[in-house]
Design a protein around this ligand. Structure first.
Ligand SMILES: C[S@@+](CC[C@H](N)C(=O)[O-])C[C@H]1O[C@@H](n2cnc3c(N)ncnc32)[C@H](O)[C@@H]1O
Ligand code: SF4
Length: 361
């Protein structure tokens, strides 16, 4: 479901713009409407009559299947969609939430579990916001990163519609909405024109164009140089630094030639380079470099003028790689650290009545 369909239902029931804004704001902020903030009489009678069904439909958009708490304070959530597909969201430390934008992904990055299935289906803008609503029933959420399953550029209308609502009614600061992409011309055209301009994370991974084509086989053929030039332009327009994502693969993109390439491309830019050691996946042949090697790379890049952060992806101990939980649930095997909803007894369990049954299977 898309947000435009919700607006249409509200308008058909006689909602004026002020009512529409109010109801969408309450929903996206995780409040039940009508809330204590406004008396129900504030809404026209015809509109009030459709609210119970609308509430039920919105609550059913994503259902919590299982929760995987990690020692780092993150919580990976396996969510069911109405057609039975599953996706992942991750509650991050410091009030962040990572959401999925597609079921599967067509880019097919060779180190990513999600890329292995190809694209299964798009996620609607309302389903994206519903992930935030569900996350907010468990913890406060003030930062939303579009770094879960899927390539946001391949579902651009829906992702921008969700970003617009989260950044206007949803009480998320614009620079706390982080659009992560392999890079696509449509992104550089559309984002600068949108009312809510998110921060941009570019998944670069290598400065060698030929290697990038191998690692990201169906990413648009934009050279690393051009990607950085377009990133720079967006950083100037928004005033936010670009985040460059670099999944560290031992023996592939962790050598001295890449360090020289990074310095050549990123030195002096308004940017942060995030080095993220590869999150091991059984089925894949890649390895992560040692933590010591990763630290050495970060130190050298820093010394040579590139602002570099070494990061662990959240939830390492609980299938931290994007798409692993979904793959495991498709094989119907419980992951490490998984808690069924009945064991946790959260408010979110109330949000998704059918989910507890499914989690216990
Ligand atoms: C899952 S993608 C989703 C957003 C978008 N499709 C992209 O690639 O930027 C988010 C980030 O996860 C990283 N990633 C995917 N698989 C990984 C793995 N096994 N270990 C570490 N990072 C991984 C990607 O490189 C990317 O930077
Ligand atoms: S890393 Fe991103 S673009 Fe690549 S396959 Fe995974 S989700 Fe798709």
């Amino acid at each position: 479901m898309h947000i435009a369909e919700i607006r249409e239902r509200l308008r058909t029931a006689g909602a004026a713009p002020i009512h529409e804004q109010y109801l969408l704001r309450e929903w996206s902020q995780g409040e039940t409407f009508p809330s204590r903030r406004k008396p129900e009489e504030f809404l026209p009678r015809a509109l009030r009559t459709i609210l119970p069904q609308l509430k039920a439909d919105l609550a059913a958009l994503v259902a919590l299947r299982s929760v995987h708490p990690s020692q780092d304070g993150s919580e990976r959530l396996l969510l069911g969609l109405r057609d039975g597909q599953t996706i992942e969201s991750v509650l991050l430390p410091r009030e962040g939430l990572c959401v999925s934008t597609q079921v599967g992904c067509a880019v097919g990055c060779v180190f990513c579990m999600t890329g292995r299935s190809g694209l299964i289906r798009q996620i609607g803008s309302a389903e994206i916001v519903a992930q935030v609503v569900l996350g907010r029933q468990r913890r406060p959420v003030r930062r939303v990163v579009f770094m879960g399953m899927g390539e946001p550029a391949h579902n651009l209308d829906a992702v921008l519609e969700a970003i617009d609502l989260l950044g206007t009614g949803g009480a998320i600061g614009h620079k706390n909405l982080v659009f992560s992409t392999v890079g696509d011309l449509r992104v550089f055209e559309r984002l600068p024109k949108s009312t809510v301009k998110p921060a941009l994370a570019l998944s670069l991974h290598t400065t060698d164009a030929a290697l990038r084509e191998q690692l990201l086989p169906r990413a648009p053929r934009i050279t690393p140089e051009n990607l950085v030039a377009m990133g720079d332009d967006y950083a100037r327009r928004t005033g936010y630094p670009i985040q460059y994502q670099w999944t560290l693969l031992e023996g592939i993109n962790d050598g001295p030639a890449e360090l020289d390439g990074i310095v050549r491309l990123l030195k002096g830019r308004y940017a942060v380079l995030n080095l993220i050691p590869f999150n091991a996946i059984d089925e894949l042949p890649f390895r992560r470099p040692t933590w010591e090697r990763a630290r050495e790379m970060a130190r050298e890049l820093h010394r040579r003028g590139v602002l570099t952060k070494l990061r662990q992806s959240a939830g390492q101990d609980v299938e931290g790689g994007c798409g692993q939980l979904r793959a495991r649930s498709a094989n119907r095997v419980a992951g490490p650290g998984a808690q069924s909803l009945s064991a946790i007894g959260t408010r979110a369990a109330g949000h998704a009545p059918g989910a507890a049954d499914q989690a216990q299977r």
